[in-house]
Design a protein around this ligand. Structure first.
Ligand SMILES: [Fe+2]
Length: 288
């Protein structure tokens, strides 16, 4: 029940669908934060969300369309959806790479997304390759105005950084965590030296231990079809999925004494500290 939900997630926005797939007359029945919901578009294009199976329409939720997706909040959102100016930048292609169901905490998905250390071992010959295993030092800070977490000046050598890459590249990354379950990265664009490709994740926590992950990109790439670009990202995520589903404990431990990471990764430590600071409880391992 939403009344018992952690207020941090109750009053936040979550993506539940790509906007182009929500058509009038075809309501989406899904689950968000353990709550069964229906989301639908009327013929006049207006959007609606409510508890699914409720006898009366007393559980209507806030819903909006932004950046190519449908967003729902089960509570009273304390702030607007984050800023993404690249979405309307001329020449960029927005690519909806589909949605994956993952039997893991959504927080594990974001933590893994931020981790460069696994590239050579999990995404071998694509995002990394031995002996190029070093994660060089980078900066991590919280933006004082937006409270977003940023990791900047990240660099990693990659054999095939993007579908448009023709050779190995020393790739620069910036990571951004806009919400506990929302992250994006900005990385060297192989075809435009003055621009960065943007790749992001919207995680819909179905429950504390299960989620749906929507993958998207905003790219400069005139050579590849949507299908080719989507296949590239799906290959990457398909390599992450079984590892994410096997991670234990299922809920993320935030007490720094409760887990000694096997890979002491700066972004993982910063992400967990940031989650502690905002007081997140949902998807977090409870103290014994
Ligand atoms: Fe990965």
């Amino acid at each position: 029940m939403s009344a018992q939900l952690d207020p941090v997630v109750l009053n936040d926005w979550f993506v539940v669908s790509a906007a182009h797939t929500l058509l009038p007359g075809e309501p989406l029945l899904t689950q968000l934060l353990g709550v069964a919901i229906a989301v639908w578009r009327e013929a006049d294009d207006s959007l609606h969300a409510a508890r699914h199976g409720a006898d009366e329409v007393c559980g209507k939720y806030k819903v909006c369309e932004r950046y190519g997706y449908i967003w729902v909040s089960l509570g009273k959102p304390v702030r607007d959806i984050y800023s993404l100016p690249e979405f309307t930048q001329p020449g960029r292609r927005f690519v909806d790479c589909g949605s994956f169901g993952v039997k893991a905490s959504g927080l594990r998905i974001i933590e893994n997304f931020l981790d460069m250390g696994h590239f050579p071992f999990v995404h071998t010959d694509i995002l990394g390759k031995e002996p190029h295993t070093e994660v060089k030092d980078y900066k991590v800070e919280t933006d004082a105005e937006t409270q977003e977490l940023w990791a900047t000046e990240c660099r990693f050598w990659q054999p095939r950084a993007a579908a448009s890459a023709t050779d190995g590249l020393d790739v620069e990354y910036t990571y951004r965590v806009m919400q506990p379950f929302t992250s994006a990265l900005y990385k060297t664009c192989p075809t435009r030296a003055d621009e960065r490709d943007v790749i992001g994740l919207y995680v819909q926590p179905v429950s504390e231990e299960e989620c749906k992950v929507a993958l998207w990109m905003l790219l400069f790439d005139d050579m590849h079809t949507d299908g080719e670009l989507i296949a590239f990202q799906q290959t990457i995520f398909g390599q992450d999925k079984p590892i994410l589903e096997s991670q234990l404990p299922k809920l993320i431990p935030l007490d720094p004494r409760s887990e000694i990471p096997t890979r002491a990764d700066a972004s993982s430590i910063a992400y967990r500290r940031w989650l502690r600071e905002i007081g997140l409880q949902y998807g977090v391992q409870k103290a014994a």
